[in-house]
Design a protein around this ligand. Sequence first.
Ligand code: AP5
Ligand code: MG
Length: 191
Amino acid sequence: MFNLILFGPPGSGKGTQSDKLVEEYGLVHLSTGNLLRREIADQTDLGIEAKKYIDKGQLVPDEVVIGMVDAYFDQHKGAKGFLFDGYPRTVAQAAALDELLEKKGTTIRLVLFLQVDEEELIRRLVHRGKTSGRSDDTDEKVQRRRQEVYREETLPVADYYSKAGKVVNIQGMGSVEDIFQSLCSAIQEKM
Ligand code: AP5
Ligand code: MG
């Protein structure tokens, strides 16, 4: 299996690039944000609970997300590999993912870290908010809160994987196509 993490702050282009990467490499896309939005749309208990956090720009509790990821993983037996988008987002989630992958006899090969300035992130998300229908996109205050939460709770995940020598920084500003090419080069080197 070839498992990789696309890492970066809210608005850095993880979703945009994931769609292209899963097509190019035949990986299964695991986006916890998309899974949570699906639960909200279906009005499940999990979705109703998660929405309270998402609408404030906060993280959904670890145990909820970890359980959801474990279940998704088991629903995709025989996958060539997974592309994790927006997961793990805390060091506890990273440890849980390591444990899950180890149980399955596999590991994370690569963490691609998209580098984008904060003002550009806010600009992109405010722009996306005009059409996305995402309840966490419309309010700039919520956007800023998401960036803060990222710095406090998610950035330590990059250190966690740096220590294991798995992180490659990728310039995340520029055209979608140029960024995609940089990501592909980094993947090619590891495959
Ligand atoms: P999630 O859905 O994961 O959102 P996010 O990480 O906050 O990131 P976004 O989806 O906002 O941005 P992105 O990096 O995917 O960028 P995109 O490609 O869309 O999570 C949402 C919420 O769910 C969280 O806040 C949290 O509450 C909860 N959650 C999710 N996972 C969780 C977890 N593991 N644990 C706990 N809670 C969790 O691009 C952004 C915009 O920029 C788009 O409009 C795009 O068209 C545009 N764009 C993309 N590339 C470029 C470019 N090169 N140049 C110009 N514009 C570009
Ligand atoms: Mg996304």
